[in-house]
Design a protein around this ligand. Sequence first.
Ligand SMILES: [Zn+2]
Length: 399
Amino acid sequence: MKRIYLHKAKSQIARPNTIRGINKQIVLAYVRDRAPISRAEIARETALQRSTVSAIVDDLQFDGLIEEIGIGDSTGGRKPTLLRIKAGNPVAIGVDMTPRHTTIALADLTGRVLQKETFPTSPDVDYMSGQIIERVEKYAIENEKNNIEIGISVPGVADQTTGKVRYIPYFQWSNWDIARQITDKTNLRVTIDNDANAIALAELWFGEEINRKEKNFISVLVAEGIGTGIIFDGQVYRGERGAAGEFGHMIVGENAPVQCSCGSRNCWEAHASEKAIMLRFQNQIKNRQSKNSDITMEQLIKLASEGDKEATEVFKETAKFLGIGISNLIMGFSPQAVVVSGTIVRAWDLIKDEIEYLAERSVRQGLPQAVIRASSLGDCPTLIGSISLVLARKFASAN
Ligand SMILES: [Zn+2]
C-alpha cells in the first residue's frame, strides 16, 4: 500500500484519459514482449474489448510505435494481421560518456543502434559540451521528421528533476548543465542519468526476460569505477536529488591496490573495479620481464581464460572483493537478483563461484536468496543504458 501524500494528491487523481493511457501501455507491452501478435490475441490475453484493442493499435501505428508484418495462421475465421514494434525508425539519440570515451548513437524503438560515433573524452568540460552538442545536432537535423529524444548517461551524479549533472568525480566537474545546452540548441527533450541507473533501467526493459519480470534487483557496473543501480518496485530508485546507489564508495577493506575516484583506498571501487584489476596484474608481474603489463582488460581476460597463472589469480582476488560488496547489498536490500555488467562479464566463469560463495555466506538462515548473474547487455552496457533512458520513457508514457 502506498501512502497518499496530501500535497501531491491533486496529481494523483485519475484524469478521464488515464484508463485509456494505461490500456495503451498494456497493448504496447504485449506487442513488445509477445510479437508477432494479432489484435485478437491481445484482446484474448488482456480481456480488453476487441474494438478497444483495434482503436489503440490504430493510435500506436499512427504514433509510429508499432507496425503490421503480414498475415498469421488462421484459427478458424479470417487470417489475422500480426503486429510488432516498428524497427529501423530512429527515435533516440544516446549519449554515453565514460571516463575514456564518449559515444553518440542513433537507435530505433527496439534498442538497435543504427549509427554511432565514438571520440575520446576530454577533461575540458566546455570542449566536451561543444563536441556532444555538435554531433547530437547533426543527428537531430538529419532525422528532424522523427519524434526524436535524447538520453545521456554519465559516470557521476545526475539530477533528473533539474537535468543537471551534479558531479563527475573523474574530472571534478560540478553542475554541468549539458541537458539544457542541448535543448537550447535543438529543442529536443533530454533525459540524463547516472550510468549505473541507466544500465539498471536497460536491464529492466531490455535485459533477459527474467529481469523484466523481477521488481526488485540491483545492477552492478564494474568499469573504471563501480556503480550500482537499484530497481525497487519496478522502477529506478534514485534517492534524494539522484544521489542513491553510490555503493562504489562503501568500505570493503583497507589498502586497496588503487585509489578510489574519491581518493580513499578503502572503497569497493578501489578494490574491485577494472582499475584495481589492472593494477593487481601489474603488481603480480612486476619482477617478470617476460610479461607485458601494458595490456587492456580484454587482453587480460583472454590471458586468464587461456590459463595464465598470474592473470587468473588477479580475477580470483578481485572476485573476493566483488563478492564482499555484493553480499553487503544483498543483506541490505534482499533483492531478487544482482546483475553484474561490464567487460568483466567475459570472465564470468572465472569469478562466478567465488562471488557466489561469499554472497551465500552472508545470507541468514531461512531468508530468501538472491540470484547473482551476468548481464546480457553485452560490451557496451552504458550505451544501451543511455538509449534506454529514452525508450523506457516512450514505452512507459504511451498515454
Ligand atoms: Zn570512494
